[in-house]
Design a protein around this ligand. Structure first.
Ligand SMILES: Nc1ncnc2c1ncn2[C@@H]1O[C@H](COP(=O)(O)OP(=O)(O)OP(=O)(O)O)[C@@H](O)[C@H]1O
Ligand SMILES: [Mg+2]
Length: 327
């Protein structure tokens, strides 16, 4: 585990209550018990053909268990909660984003929701599009080296997704490589459990990717989501992140302590990490956004700059798709 992730998991762990830890593991033992007793699959009800698959565990987090399943024979990821409150909170956001409609496709870089409701009698579940995995998984699988082309393409699609979220008055509030998902050549956001609607309410977020406003204790706005996205992209691009006395310090916290000139120099310095001049140029533009004082990023111009840089990089390297895709 690299030092950032170690730091994150320590912080995350300190927020857990014993009750939450045991309740998620209870769901897991309940499911394992059912499978161990020869029940080949768990059907939710006769109206909803949702099944959990044997050995289908995808992840276990502090408040949910994520399990592979099928819904009417379509592969899904099923997020199971002990507490209905968590399901309702996340569903409020999914509904605001129309994720329960147009079940055949994901037009806007978020998962489709096939089912939400009770499961196994006492639990609650959201069954959604199954992705190949998270951006963090992919970064690790690629030995922490992604091409400039892939970094830019992920960034561009994530900005498009962000524009969609914000145009529906949703703030994600927890953008980080673990909450960005990939499927083939497409990029998605999920995990809306800290998201908010119609306003700029304060919510916690993952400390490593938190914005300067988060550290200042201010309410959040769309630029804060963009700032967390930018830090996530720096992270997968191996841009050196904040360290003081050998310890990881979140970029947002560092930015908060800088004056205007220092902030500008830091943003320029970060862009210079990339060797290719076209990539540098694009990052100089995106980095400056977070110190522009605006409440919303300039989505259109960012997408334009990233599209131009992708075309240039593609011209020099010949790369046209993510390096891990074979067709
Ligand atoms: N649709 C999906 N397809 C594939 N894997 C998924 C999907 N949804 C979630 N996962 C896996 O489950 C993990 C946890 O899911 P999610 O981020 O939604 O839950 P969480 O409990 O809110 O997580 P966090 O620890 O970020 O608070 C993801 O990081 C990913 O590994
Ligand atoms: Mg998550």
């Amino acid at each position: 585990m690299n030092s950032h992730l170690y730091f994150l998991s320590i912080i995350g762990l300190s927020f857990l209550t014993i009750g939450e830890m045991t309740s998620v593991s209870l769901i897991k033992s309940n499911i394992l018990h059912l499978f161990a007793n020869g029940v080949p699959e768990v059907t939710v009800s006769k109206d909803h053909h949702l099944k959990l698959l044997n050995k289908g565990k995808l992840a276990e987090t502090d408040h949910a268990l994520v399990w592979k399943g099928t819904y009417d024979n379509k592969a899904v990821a099923c997020k199971l909660f002990c507490d209905k409150k968590y399901m309702d909170e996340e569903m409020k956001i999914f509904k605001a984003l129309n994720a329960t409609k147009n079940l055949d496709k994901e037009p806007h870089e978020i998962p489709r929701i096939f089912y939400h409701g009770p499961i196994l009698g006492k639990y609650h579940a959201i069954a959604m599009t199954l992705f190949d995995g998270t951006l963090l998984d992919r970064y690790v699988k690629q030995d922490e080296k992604l091409s400039d082309f892939s970094i830019l393409l992920i960034f561009k699609q994530a900005v498009e997704a962000l524009e969609f979220l914000h145009s529906n008055k949703v703030l994600h509030n927890d953008i980080k490589p673990e909450n960005i998902f990939l499927r083939g050549s497409e990029v998605f956001f999920s995990d809306f459990h800290l998201s908010t609607l119609n306003g700029y309410q304060k919510r916690p977020c993952s400390p490593m990717f938190g914005s300067a406003s988060y550290y200042a204790g201010f309410d959040r706005d769309p630029m804060d989501d963009f700032e967390s996205l930018l830090y996530s992209i720096w992270y997968i691009g191996n841009v050196p992140m904040g360290r003081v006395y050998g310890r990881d310090i979140p970029e947002g916290r560092i930015l908060l302590g800088l004056d205007e000139q220092e902030a500008i120099s830091r943003m320029v310095e970060k862009s210079k990490h990339f060797k290719d001049k076209n990539v540098q140029k694009a990052f100089r533009f995106t980095n400056m956004q977070i110190i522009s004082g605006k409440s919303k990023p300039d989505y259109k111009e960012i997408i334009k700059k990233l599209t131009e840089a992708i075309a240039e990089v593609s011209k020099t390297t010949g790369q046209e798709r993510f390096e891990w895709l074979t067709f």
